[in-house]
Design a protein around this ligand. Structure first.
Ligand SMILES: Cc1cc2nc3c(=O)[nH]c(=O)nc-3n(C[C@H](O)[C@H](O)[C@H](O)COP(=O)(O)OP(=O)(O)OC[C@H]3O[C@@H](n4cnc5c(N)ncnc54)[C@H](O)[C@@H]3O)c2cc1C
Length: 168
């Protein structure tokens, strides 16, 4: 178990007056929760660190279909660009995945080898799409996933698909 006083635990030296808030997941839910916390005066109360395993700021995932269809630019779907984190004194660990939580020591381990101590933890890790079965039947109707179909969830995946579809 990692001790909070361990000097390798990033954030362990946070200001005495503020609690350490760690948010795992930099999607729409995680970022919206932080916006609300800030609106309610949370900047005075918390040193905020957000982990998101996608390598950018928060974006509107619902608009990924528009990006894929080519009707919306990638830049237009960002809700919280990197500036927003800086302006609000939020430490954004973009592209870093949390791999373990130690609830007793109140620490999270990240896949870059760092360990962060927390006083409050928000887990907003969302979900991933997957296709478990290729065909299913309801009554006499059989439906199959068409060849070439797939889910698209991270922005990077949608952009890659859009590029492939455009033949570039
Ligand atoms: C194409 C598309 C269209 C949609 N359309 C609609 C719609 O019309 N209406 C609607 O209500 N909903 C829609 N949805 C669903 C909606 O986008 C999701 O419900 C919403 O994005 C969920 O937000 P979230 O923050 O909870 O999770 P997510 O968006 O999944 O975000 C979670 C984030 O946490 C990160 N993460 C996960 N685990 C870790 C970890 N261990 N460490 C660090 N980071 C981690 C993920 O990479 C991700 O960035 C749509 C989704 C898609 C993909």
């Amino acid at each position: 178990m990692t001790e909070i006083s361990d000097p390798t635990v990033v954030g362990a030296q946070a200001s005495v007056a503020k609690s350490r808030l760690v948010v795992i997941g930099n999607g729409m839910a995680g970022a919206r929760a932080v916006e609300e916390i800030l609106d309610r005066g949370g900047a005075e109360l918390f040193d905020i660190t957000m982990f998101g395993d996608e390598p950018h700021g928060n974006y509107n995932r619902i608009s990924l279909s528009n990006v894929l269809a080519g009707s919306e630019e990638t830049a237009g779907i960002f809700l919280n660009p990197l500036d927003w984190y800086e302006q609000n004194d939020i430490t954004l660990r973009a592209g870093v995945r949390v791999s373990a939580i130690d609830r007793y020591a109140k620490t999270v381990d990240a896949d870059d080898g760092s360990t962060y101590g927390y006083d409050k933890l928000i887990i907003a890790t969302g979900s991933r799409s997957f296709f478990g079965v290729s065909c299913c039947s309801r009554g006499s109707v059989k439906r199959c996933v068409q060849r070439g179909s797939g889910g698209h969830r991270p922005l990077s995946e949608s952009i890659a698909r859009a590029i492939r579809a455009s033949g570039l």
